[in-house]
Design a protein around this ligand. Structure first.
Ligand code: DC
Length: 226
């Protein structure tokens, strides 16, 4: 049976799309590429350079200069990939709250998106890939062989994220997690360039009542029947 060469997975923050992408790529032997890490790495670079998050001009210039590498994991500490910013491992630093709070606005900047999209397309042309993000099916790989849009209500996403934080022994407040997700949804879906939305030919999976294994099963069936 013919299998797709490129699989696009999009969806809102906390829908489980990264976990799905990672597991699906592993099953199919494809490269797993989470594009969110690139926006996170640019955001971290801006913070490290002391730039104001509103400074679109300078952050846009910075996005063209920084080198972001995403590679298979070199350390067995739960990471799905190594993320390098100008050669330095920033895999865990880009998950911090300072980055969470600033990444959505940074990812609305046209120059940032142009720089990241160009790199993502190059990677998609060179590999059999499961690429995860917000605009993969609509903008980055509009000709992907399979497009999945993984959705879930904001309350379910908040509850899952909250439980994850507790399980990691971190302090967590459900209402804060919910407010942060709502804010990111608003920015990701409302921006002018490449807003979060399902491609017309995407298969929408709602994960409100599905565990990750059930979602994975559905995605595998789709990949096998393209
Ligand atoms: O998936 P994530 O939470 O790591 O993504 C971080 C931010 O990057 C998110 O607010 C939206 C943005 N993003 C984007 O605009 N386009 C993508 N393809 C991936 C992420």
């Amino acid at each position: 049976m013919a299998r797709p060469k490129t699989i696009a997975i999009d969806g809102p923050a906390g829908s489980g799309k990264s976990t799905l992408g990672f597991l699906l790529a592993e099953e199919l032997g494809y490269l797993y590429f989470d594009t969110g890490v690139m926006y996170r790495a640019v955001t971290l670079a801006a913070i490290q350079h002391g730039l104001a998050i509103e400074d679109e001009e300078r952050i846009g210039q910075l996005a063209k200069r920084v080198r972001i590498d995403v590679r298979p994991p070199s350390v067995d500490d739960g990471r799905a990939a190594d993320v390098l910013l100008d050669g330095k491992d920033v895999t865990w630093e880009i998950r911090k709250e300072v980055v969470n709070a600033a990444v959505s606005p940074v990812s609305t900047y046209a120059a940032v998106r142009d720089a990241m999209t160009a790199q993502q397309r190059r990677i998609a042309h060179e590999n059999r890939v499961v690429m995860v993000g917000r605009d993969i099916g609509t903008v980055v790989m509009p000709d992907a062989d399979l497009k999945i849009y993984l959705d879930a209500s904001v309350e379910v996403r908040a509850e899952r994220r909250y439980q994850e934080l507790l399980a990691r022994g971190e302090e967590a407040d459900y209402d804060l997690v919910l407010a942060s997700l709502r804010n990111r949804d608003r920015i990701d879906s409302g921006r002018k360039i490449a807003p979060l939305r399902p491609a017309e030919d995407a298969v929408i999976i709602n994960a409100d009542d599905l565990g990750i294994q059930e979602v994975l099963l559905k995605a595998k069936e789709l990949a096998e029947n393209v």
